[in-house]
Design a binder for this molecule. Sequence first.
Ligand code: ME8
Length: 647
Amino acid sequence: MTTYITTPIYYVNAQPHLGHAYTTIVADTYSRFKRLCGERVRFQTGTDEHGDKIVKAAENENVPPRQYVDRISAQFRDTWPLLQVEADHFIRTTDAEHVAVVRAILQKVYDSGDIYFDEYSGLYCRGCERYLTEKELVDGNCPDHQTPPQEIAEQNYFFRMSRYQVPLIEHIRNNPDFISPERYRNEVLAFLSEPLTDLCISRPKSRLTWGIELPFDDKFVTYVWFDALINYLTGIGYPDGQDFQEFWSVAEHLIAKDILKPHAIYWPTMLMAMGLPLYQKLHVHGYWNVDDTKMSKSIGNVIRPKELVEAYGVDTLRYFTLREMSFGLDSSFSYEAIVARHNADLANDLGNLFSRATTMVWKYRAGRIPTPSGASEEDRPLREAAQAMLREYRQTMAEFRFHLGLQAIWELVGLANKYIVGNEPWALAKDVEKTERLDTVLYNLLECLRLLTLTLRPIIPGAAAKMAAGLGFDADDMLVASLDKGGAWGLLAPGGELTAISALFPRIEGKTDESGEKIKEERSQSKKQKDPVMAEVDLVDFHYFQKLDLRVAEIIAVEPIKNSKKLLQITVLAPEERTIVAGIAEHYRPEELIGSQVVIVANLKPAKLMGINSHGMILAAKFLVDGKEKLVLSRVQERVAPGCKVA
Ligand code: ME8
């Protein structure tokens, strides 16, 4: 099986931003996923360097176009390794091979009669580099650029796109997967329900010289889209390269909805005119917005991927974008959201699971993978959940529903964390008769970690490589690098040795300032400890601890809260009188509490619970007994003055 995946080739009139980064991360993840499935993959990205707006951008910087495109193209090329994107080919439309192929194709289509010369007048948008129809305008403006188009009349060459309208409609109807998600397929079909006009594919040199000269008329250069789309062919060696033979029949293009029309209409009709089979699939995603507005260079509200990598790390950026956006729909970017995803999903759920499980293997089994005793019935739910996760993962990743693939992975993370709490390995370790059970529990946890490592490789390759190393694997060991070879349960070899690694995802502390625009973050870099048992403990700076105001409070009154089974309204002295709403009604009767001295967090922001303002929080130990949560309040052993500080 083979896969050919492409990103758009990005215009070099501005530097890469999060929108470009997203498409390219998706393509990279998909290509890594396909490789994990054992497929041969070709993944291509690149830059689009001809046309009007590139000339304008170069003029603005007072440099010749050639020099300008070299500089910005290099910025795109240099950005991708920072995001751990590994493309097989980076194409530029100024590459000599590309220029030659575009000219050959133009000549071929001209010779076959699908290109003709005509006079045309219309409404031209410089931003889009195309003529707009009256219907497309919103209040007289281009809907994408919010500027009025110019009235232009000139002689040009035209591609007989209209001739292919009916075959294109038939192709889309007969191939339900040709354009997805479905909303975009419907959009294209709706557009095609109106008569299709021919496409102007040249620009007179009097107006533009920075382009590929037409082979049959040297007074014109090629319209940038007729040039750009052909990159998908030239990059794989059209017409007679080996890769073209192997990969063109499986081509999948990935774009955002802004360039749906050129990809869903111009490109397939061009391919029909060339006598080539159409690409297999067009995958269309939505926009990254900032404050409900599309992130774009012309609006100037862009987020730079390089800065995000520096602030949060590449794995967090990749995970965040894939988890946060439902492929096909728009998504909003915010710094708060990326920090929240990092701390909750990566540091807390995944990082803690990895650290707790491996720390116990170090502590109780000196870092050696124990031998499990048979497939016990009580562990069946965990084993089945792992297999269900793999099935869901395979399907959703293949369908570009990455956020669902990640949800499936995180369900297993959650289950494995619960498995630790439910099985209390620390209690098993104290009981000599439970040695075998402890071995089995630890083994099952490590096996979960291995399957998580395997499935996370395409998404967060850096962290997954570190996880693999922590479990004692070489990165290219098939048990963590192949879904077919490593996907079954129980393949981890007992006796293997773990390797101590530093924390996978140190928490990000810090806050967003008032304006919400600029953010100052400090990554709490927990230092690598000598003792492997401590290696994964999430360390907190002393000043964070100091910020907590912990006090002894004396309970003087307790009342149940109407309509709540869990909450009690508690009045305490600390030393002033205050009300705290606490979720302990299922664990303590009111009369048991009166007179008790407990420890509270006194400087918590007030919160309203069931309509009652709560000023603080009571600390309690929390654990499971027979699968049910139990709470035991923290009390001071000797009576002290209420309000006394806890240090
Ligand atoms: O259109 N959200 O180049 P381009 C999500 N050269 N993705 C975004 C985005 C956003 N806010 N902004 C940009 C061109 N993108 C042509 C393509 S292909 C033969 C020629 C991503 O630099 C998304 O992939 O304007 C979008 O389709 C692409 O960048 C447009 O890049």
